[in-house]
Design a protein around this ligand. Structure first.
Ligand code: GAL
Length: 423
């Protein structure tokens, strides 16, 4: 009891100290995000600590739910009510979609920071453009990383025990998975939530269909590609994968699925490299405890840039908070340390990779190669390729197919129909 009183008194004193301290000079920021898993929270702490260390006052606004679908609902409600958070984790074309609503600027306060720090010279043009508003002329968001989506994660002990190596074709994966299943191991750890089904789907679409197919069908929404024979094959492979999941898959969180791989209950997971953040958080090492390898494709690479948008704000303290956040997020050391925890690689081009592990080094090298050879494609499942209506249309059909016995032909027909209706 006494202990409790002391703690809450200390809490009160601390809160008072914070609100009166000159620390306010760094500004304040309410930050909406969905980084609530162990690895995600460890990475976010780097930013929180940096912000506090520079005199900022952080108000945390976590909305749990991998992939951010729930966070986007909360965000929408806040913005529509005229009360946007100071900064919000969003990405891709949604940034420009919000700008079109007139709630981001002008003025775009963070653009001044970006100009002063010359962000144009620190980022690739592709990443920089994702961060810009006002007809792609002014920075209104800051990037913290580049995640790759198309990865296999696997338990090394399980694979070794069954004489298996990492699969380099989908057929090889199917054969390995069948063997494991016959031995009583769950081949594929999965959580069948719409965004996770979509995550697997895009890796399969890139691999089975190829780079050009992915670009046509998923990025350009070309009706022939969406409704053709290749899409049927993609859904066939999705059905095969579904057969490798366990009964507990529906609704399971992604990090719980990663945990199944860590414990050796399951062999593989197909997930973006935030899964590596979980392995890292558990003290596990690639090549020793687990394997990472891109899912099979022709040097494809599905990218996903986490970023924070800065809405139009009144009040000096909030504007200062936005500027400080933007400036810290693009800091060279921050981009290194944050990404070591997060599983991703820096968005800044000049961060040395020597402290990163083999998965991250591979990701950085592949990104450059894919960018030169047409394989670098935006992730639709993580909001980098399409506006929300089109993303939702594809995701709904993918998850409906995965969680029913719908035929591949029927799914393909519905996919084209749903995209058409969303345009
Ligand atoms: C992604 C996001 C990652 C990770 C993941 C799971 O959309 O880019 O940073 O958090 O969702 O929550």
């Amino acid at each position: 009891m006494l202990k409790q009183v002391l703690i809450s008194t200390a809490g009160f004193l601390f809160a008072t100290a914070v609100s009166l301290s000159p620390a306010m000079a760094g500004g304040e920021a309410e930050v909406l995000h969905w980084w609530t898993s162990g690895g995600e929270a460890a990475a976010l702490k780097v930013l929180k600590d940096d912000f506090a260390g520079n005199g900022g006052t952080w108000k945390d606004m976590p909305v749990a739910g991998g992939g951010g679908d729930a966070a986007m609902q909360t965000l929408k409600a806040r913005v529509v009510a005229g009360d946007p958070p100071t900064a919000a984790q969003i990405k891709g074309p949604s940034i420009q979609e919000w700008d079109d609503e007139g709630v981001v600027g002008p003025p775009y306060h963070v653009d001044a920071v970006a100009k002063a720090q010359n962000w144009d010279s620190l980022l690739s043009a592709q990443v920089a453009n994702h961060m810009k508003c006002d007809g792609f002329t002014k920075y209104c968001a800051a990037p913290v990383n580049i995640h790759r989506i198309d990865w296999f994660w696997a338990n090394k002990k399980v694979l070794d025990a069954h004489g298996l190596t990492m699969p380099t074709s989908w057929d090889e994966f199917n054969a390995a998975a069948s063997k494991l299943q016959a031995a009583g191991i769950i081949p594929l750890a999965h959580g069948s939530q719409p965004w996770q089904d979509a995550t697997v789907f895009e890796a399969v679409a890139l691999g089975v269909g190829g780079n050009e197919f992915y670009q046509k069908a998923i990025v350009e929404l070309n009706m022939d590609a969406l409704s053709g024979a290749t899409m049927v094959k993609v859904f066939d492979q999705m059905r095969t994968l579904q057969g490798f999941t366990d009964e507990g898959a529906p609704g399971r969180d992604w990090n719980v699925a990663t945990g199944m791989v860590m414990e050796g209950k399951a062999a593989f997971q197909i997930m973006g490299d935030w899964a590596k953040g979980e392995f890292t958080n558990a003290g596990l090492k690639p090549g020793i405890d687990y394997y990472c390898l891109p899912t099979p494709s022709d040097h494809g690479y599905l990218y996903n840039v986490d970023s924070f948008i800065f809405y139009s704000m009144d009040g000096k303290s909030k504007i200062e908070g936005q500027k400080l956040l933007g400036s810290l997020m693009m800091g060279k050391n921050f981009q290194k340390v944050f990404n070591l925890y997060k599983g991703s690689i820096p968005a800044r081009l000049d961060v040395p990779m020597d402290e990163f592990d083999m998965c991250a080094k591979g990701s950085a090298a592949d990104l450059n190669y894919s960018a030169m050879t047409g394989g670098l494609q935006p992730s639709f499942a993580h909001g980098m390729a399409l506006r929300l209506a089109q993303k939702g249309a594809i995701q709904d059909v993918v998850t409906e197919h995965f969680n029913s016995n719908m035929s591949s032909h029927e799914a393909t027909r519905r996919l084209a129909q749903a995209v058409k209706a969303s345009l």
